[in-house]
Design a protein. Structure first.
Length: 276
């Protein structure tokens, strides 16, 4: 029964994410109307055959905005997870392998990061931005998100560095960088993959929260959080603005969580940390 549930979660999550990824890719080459095309006469237009998702407060086609929002959310989440994982692997690998004061310093710093709720820490850092940018959001989320990956890597390195194949590699004179890349990292790919999958869902939620608060991507960059912020102001006259952007965000987060649950059960690993 558990095996059936695991495979169902994995397939359902993968299917949802495939549709969202396909939507984001298709929007590069086709959209019902250009992003710059809007007509004030169509403001708050309800869903119709011409505009399946309706129009927003400026007359922009909401379907196009939701499509473009998928591109923004996937780009921010992929970039954040990549940079967080790279820094986390390097820092956690060094702390776990060399130990001593380096490990103690890492534990202290990571405990400081984990003592704050991630969303409050991100909002505090975002408030210091001179001007909101996409790369600024990625940088802030990466600054907070690397801790989870580093702790996973440190734990894996501590459990593996005394094993025979690692000791044999050390005796043969392999340097730490090559040892981490060729021997340690392949054996911790499962936990890192699960961490990254849940991390993608967390990043989408946090980025949308920042955009909803006006601290995320620039105003001229459509995102799901920005559409939610716009839609809240017009819930009584144009609820479709919030509904469709909220559904898109919900499906993306659900897809990553289902995929992560399936991978975690299939690989029999545990994950934890920021954005998970």
């Amino acid at each position: 029964m558990r095996g059936m549930t695991t495979h169902l979660n994995f397939r359902l999550g993968a299917g949802i994410l495939f549709l969202i990824l396909l939507t984001a890719l298709v929007s590069f080459f086709w959209s019902p109307t250009f992003l710059s095309e809007h007509h004030l006469i169509d403001r708050f237009l309800k869903p119709s055959l011409a505009h399946p998702f309706g129009c927003d407060e400026d007359g922009y086609d909401l379907l196009v905005l939701v499509f473009y929002g998928a591109r923004v959310s996937l780009f921010v989440s992929l970039s954040t997870v990549f940079f967080s994982a790279v820094f986390g692997i390097m820092i956690g690998g060094v702390a776990g392998y060399f130990g001593g004061r380096l490990d103690e310093l890492f534990i202290f710093i990571s405990d400081v990061f984990l003592s704050f709720p991630s969303i409050l820490l991100v909002i505090a850092l975002a408030a210091f931005q001179h001007e909101p940018t996409v790369w600024g959001v990625i940088f802030i989320l990466s600054v907070v998100g690397w801790v989870g990956y580093a702790r996973v890597v440190r734990g894996q390195v501590l459990s593996m560095k005394k094993k025979e194949f690692i000791q044999s590699a050390e005796i043969s004179g392999i340097r730490f960088g090559r040892l981490l890349w060729h021997h340690l990292l392949p054996n911790m790919a499962g936990p890192l993959l699960v961490q990254a999958t849940f991390g993608m869902a967390g990043v989408i939620l946090v980025e949308s929260t920042l955009s909803f608060l006006g601290l995320g991507v620039p105003v001229d960059v459509p995102s799901w959080g920005r559409l939610l912020d716009q839609g809240v102001q017009y819930l009584l006259i144009a609820p479709h603005i919030s509904v469709f952007s909220g559904l898109a965000m919900m499906l993306a987060i659900l897809g990553f969580n289902l995929l992560g649950d399936g991978l975690r059960d299939m690989l029999d690993v545990r994950s934890g940390g920021k954005y998970s």
